[in-house]
Design a protein. Structure first.
Length: 254
């Protein structure tokens, strides 16, 4: 798991090019939940700064943390001046500062479960907000999804990241990490929200996106090249993606 978590640096430029950004609706959702102005935020696992830009442009002073030096270098090319950058894993962050908002965009599952929520609670100011958003991008057409699964299956049966609590989203109304937040001391008012989103991209850009997914990054180079060739062969020129954003929100006890 650690190797996969730190695998993205080799594809930092592709990550920036092919991963979609976040819509203003996400910022609006978090701000509405906060119920008042948010001046400071800590981002966990910032990657190349896709979410960083959204929150920084909302006037928030963001401290963006990222353990991978190459990803952080790419982030620094794209973020505004009100962003502070720190190379550090979540588990190594000092607990001598706290923030009105702590958030993680498609990165929380890479953090270690031991002590996760006690550490998170220490980083969020009393009354402040924690937010996590996941973007499990999938082909919208089920037939194409099956064709791609069959194409990759000799090399990779599953290209997703398993839910840390082992439960499929359909098994319960509250998905991870909301399931853990509901049990975590220090947090209350746990909510789950979905922002519907469809994107149309070229087949080559979709494969470019796959090149940033850890399961493919971890393949041997020859196998990765072969699986991408097989996938391209079964796709039309453009594809529609289901790129809905699932957000989880919680408030730190006063």
């Amino acid at each position: 798991m650690v190797a996969r978590a730190l695998s993205f640096g080799v594809v930092a430029e592709a990550y920036e090019r092919f991963r979609p950004g976040y819509p203003v609706e996400l910022l609006d959702l978090v701000m509405a939940y906060a119920g008042g102005p948010v001046r400071t935020a800590l981002e966990i696992g910032a990657g190349t700064g896709k979410a960083t830009r959204l929150f920084a442009r909302g006037g928030i002073a963001v401290t963006a943390t990222e353990p991978d030096a190459a990803m952080l270098a790419e982030l620094r090319k794209h973020v505004p001046a009100n962003v502070t950058t720190v190379q550090a894993a979540f588990e190594d962050l000092p607990l001598d500062s706290s923030y009105e908002l702590v958030y993680s965009a498609a990165a929380l599952h890479w953090t270690k479960p031991q002590g996760r929520w006690a550490r998170m609670a220490a980083l969020v100011r009393p009354g402040g907000v924690f937010a996590s958003f996941g973007v499990p991008i999938q082909l919208a057409d089920p037939d194409l999804k099956e064709a791609v699964r069959a194409a990759r299956s000799p090399y990779l049966e599953d290209d997703g990241v398993p839910s840390p609590d082992g439960a499929a989203p359909v098994d319960r109304p509250m998905e991870w990490p909301g399931t853990e937040l509901q049990e975590a001391e220090g947090f209350t008012d746990v909510r789950q929200a979905v922002i519907e989103r469809r994107l149309t991209v070229s087949a080559h850009d979709y494969v470019g996106y796959l090149s940033t997914v850890s399961a493919y990054v971890m393949l041997a180079p020859a196998d990765r090249e072969q699986v991408f060739r097989r996938i391209i062969e079964v796709l039309p020129e453009t594809v529609e993606l289901d790129a809905e954003i699932t957000a989880h929100l919680a408030r730190r006890h006063q």
